[in-house]
Design a protein around this ligand. Structure first.
Ligand code: NAD
Ligand code: MG
Length: 392
């Protein structure tokens, strides 16, 4: 029996994780669920899954949750960001799904890593921000880090298990990272200035949280994933080629020196990589419908257009610059996306804000987490200046 904590239980990944867990009561029990402020959804989840602990990052939401649950279940309710780290490292759980969105997920994900858990990593921002420090922490604690991002889970499945961190020994030539291209793949540069948050969040193949949906539309999601792949698989951007594949059926590929290309295919349903991570190395039913290749008929591939979608280029450059640059990229992107969702910034200005923030912040060595958190805060302030400038 695996005892699971889900960080970000009320989100898209959290709900999909609970759906897989619900199908296998003999394999998984829920130790803790966490969320930010959505009390109604959390109350519903607590009543169904009866976790030992529920955490609301927002303390006033924790009070409301405690009231809502009162005598209806035995779940202990905690509040505040420190409580996230407490449940992430608690001895009662062996598996932690890291599915908080954005930089807020880094401290609890690190707490799970430090405690040597099986960490199912959906929260790519945590790894992008702290790259080498994060991977060093995994190595030091012996945590079992399994990728949940569909592309990285696909690559993981296409690599020999014992060699997932040593591309040379595994005989790998390249990683072919697939991308849907997002809802604006065919939009002109002019049309990109006019798109609304609702259009950006209507992804053609995947149903996801708002932030990652906007990231998919700008291709920053692929940029973050490029950095994520470099850290997870110990490689560099030059060994990774992004392939836009609008059908989102091939979730990524690994090309070997002998010319073999191994791919992982499946319906665009996050329950597949989630079930893979939860049960690894076993396979379990994820509730995903079988793939119907006859109905699909054809696959298409194109190169990404870095002129209309500069975010992918900015991410590759930030990884190459190293140090604190990826943390700055991530923070500026989070601020720009939030401003776009609040209709304070036009879609095409998201990369402008990020590029100017990166230009304004000297790259520093990322030798400790305090530096990362400080640069994250400074980058947010710089990005806000840029956002205000775009407004006038
Ligand atoms: P979401 O917005 O649907 O859910 C986010 C969750 O994080 C919610 O439970 C929310 O309560 C919690 N949260 C938000 N801010 C918080 C804070 N400050 N403190 C504590 N908790 C907070 O997001 P999602 O789509 O489920 O994505 C979660 C993560 O998984 C992201 O990093 C995303 O990039 C990654 N991911 C998602 C998908 C997908 O299909 N949705 C695919 C691959 C990777
Ligand atoms: Mg992905």
């Amino acid at each position: 029996m695996r005892h699971v904590t889900i960080l970000g239980a009320t989100g898209s990944i959290g709900i999909n994780t609970l759906d897989v867990i619900r199908r296998h009561p003999d394999r998984f029990s829920v130790y803790a669920l966490t969320a930010n402020a959505n009390v109604d959804e959390m109350a519903r989840l607590c009543l169904e899954f009866q976790p030992r602990v529920a955490v609301m990052a927002d303390p006033s939401a924790a009070e409301k949750l405690a009231e809502a649950l009162s005598s209806r279940c035995n779940t202990q309710v905690l509040g505040g960001p420190e409580a996230l780290c407490e449940v992430a490292s608690a001895a009662q759980a062996d598996t932690v799904m890291a599915a908080i969105v954005g930089a807020a997920g880094l401290p609890p994900t690190l707490a799970a890593v430090g405690a040597g858990k099986r960490v199912l990593l959906a929260n790519k921002e945590a790894l992008v921000m702290s790259g080498r420090l994060f991977m060093d922490a995994v190595q030091a604690s012996g945590a079992e880090l399994l990728p949940i991002d569909s592309e990285h889970n696909a690559i993981f499945q296409c690599l020999p298990p014992s060699m997932a961190r040593d591309m040379g020994a595994a005989g790998v030539r390249r990683i072919l990272l697939t991308a849907s291209g997002g809802p604006f793949r065919s939009h002109s540069a002019e049309a990109l200035r006019e798109v609304s948050p609702a259009q950006a969040c209507a992804h053609p193949n995947w149903s996801m949280g708002q932030k990652i949906s906007v990231d998919s539309a700008t291709l920053m999601n692929k940029g973050l994933e490029l950095i994520e792949a470099c850290w997870l698989f110990n490689t560099v951007p030059d060994n990774i080629e992004v392939h836009v594949h609008p059908e989102s059926i091939i979730h990524s590929m690994v090309e070997y020196l002998d010319g073999s290309v191994l791919a992982q295919l499946g319906s665009p349903d996050m329950r597949t990589p989630i079930a893979n991570g939860l049960a690894w190395p076993e396979r379990i039913d994820a509730g995903v419908a079988p793939l119907d290749l006859f109905a699909l008929g054809k696959f298409h591939f194109e190169r990404p257009d870095l002129t209309r979608f500069p975010c992918l280029r900015l991410a590759a450059e930030a990884f190459k610059a190293g140090g604190t640059a990826p943390a700055v990229l991530n923070a500026a992107n989070e601020e720009a996306v939030a401003a776009f969702l609040a209709e304070q910034l036009c879609f095409a200005d998201i990369p402008v804000v990020i590029e100017r923030t990166l230009a304004a912040m000297p790259v520093m060595p990322a030798d400790d987490f305090d530096t990362i958190f400080l640069q994250d805060q400074l980058a947010r302030a710089k990005a806000q200046e840029q956002i205000r400038r775009q407004l006038v």
